[in-house]
Design a protein around this ligand. Sequence first.
Ligand code: NAP
Ligand code: MG
Length: 404
Amino acid sequence: MKKIQMTTPLVEMDGDEMTRVLWQMIKEELLLPFVDLKTEYYDLGLKNRDQTDDQVTVDAAHATKKYGVAVKCATITPNATRMEEYGLKKMWKSPNGTIRAILDGTVFRTPVLVKGIEPYVRTWKKPITLARHAYGDVYKASEMSIPGPGKAELVYTAEDGSTTSELVHTFDGPGIVQGMHNLDSSIESFAKSCFQYALDAKQDVWFAAKDTISKKYDHHFKDIFQEIYEKEYKKAFEKAGITYFYTLIDDAVARVIKSEGGFIWACKNYDGDVMSDLVATAFGSLAMMTSVLVSPEGYYEYEAAHGTVQRHYYKHLKGEETSTNSIATIFAWSGALRKRGELDGLEKLTHFADLLEKASIQTIENGKMTKDLALITKLKNVTVLNSGAFIKEVRRQLETMLQA
Ligand code: NAP
Ligand code: MG
């Protein structure tokens, strides 16, 4: 078979531990035999980040701006233990944080659904994509303990020195106070990324906050979303047959639970933090959760939502067998290849990405899966495969589908 051609390279960001091992296997078994794979390679493995003073992460993010599409392996975010383990010069920042700061994006997380791994919520038939605003609010708040009676105020001092203030509370005993902020520019990027993603996925957008209680703060989010929608996206949404609506966060959770799925749920930072774990767990398994960072300019970075699966890696190093689920990492590659195919008008590449996903799902539905899924599946006669054997089984399935 002639290999499928690519015209523009993908930005490939290699990573750490068990996912780095899977990365290599996926390329060897599922990509290189079929695609004339063009990538610009950046090694974001912790050793190389340390050697380059983390310049490699910055370079990889800038390459994503240049080419438009990246695929990233999970990476270690160093802590004190990792400093010692890798003999690091510095406790480098989270690569995802660095990349997000340069691309100014929103992270969208979507579960991969397969028959036999049932969501805990009976009505959910289609995946729910959670979009979390990743800036500000309580994550960048200032807090104070109030020791006793007195007045707490919010004060804004303009550049010319003039001030405006708002009473928070007149305390007659001890208490606590908190001040938080957000930026119009960040909320606008968030809104645009959500609407852009919705057009790509041809799915509705739900946005929820608490504007009935937070009449200025949350209301501002609601207004910005509405304004950008009307000005820049309404026509395209109507043409695509999709809708945008705003509702209260408590109404949203009720509707989400009663829904069939198949939409994008945009959440403020805190709501998104809490709800993304809820949605991921309710759909079955973290190892099946895909993730893509979408910038308001339309740059895409695909990855798995899980980490480097450290515990499995240490077993692997000891020569023991592992059964690590590669689905989310395979889907990071298929997502990036599909996007590349769409942008470059390469139908064969887009089709290959679709088949790779179908083959992966079919393999599991045929009862061949890794241990994490075998533990929760309703399927009978399951074969538990090790990390490499699962990927080889997907290859067999893919070859059958390619020949059909
Ligand atoms: P993790 O890698 O997500 O793994 C946590 C546990 O979840 C694993 O021990 C495993 O459970 C299960 N699991 C996750 N992915 C799996 C898969 N593909 N197949 C089977 N089981 C899977 O989180 P972590 O161990 O807390 O973090 C390890 C490293 O990842 C850290 O250094 C952290 O900084 C990094 N991290 C990176 C990213 C990223 O790059 N986006 C995200 C999160 C964490 P069992 O052990 O019970 O089998
Ligand atoms: Mg969290």
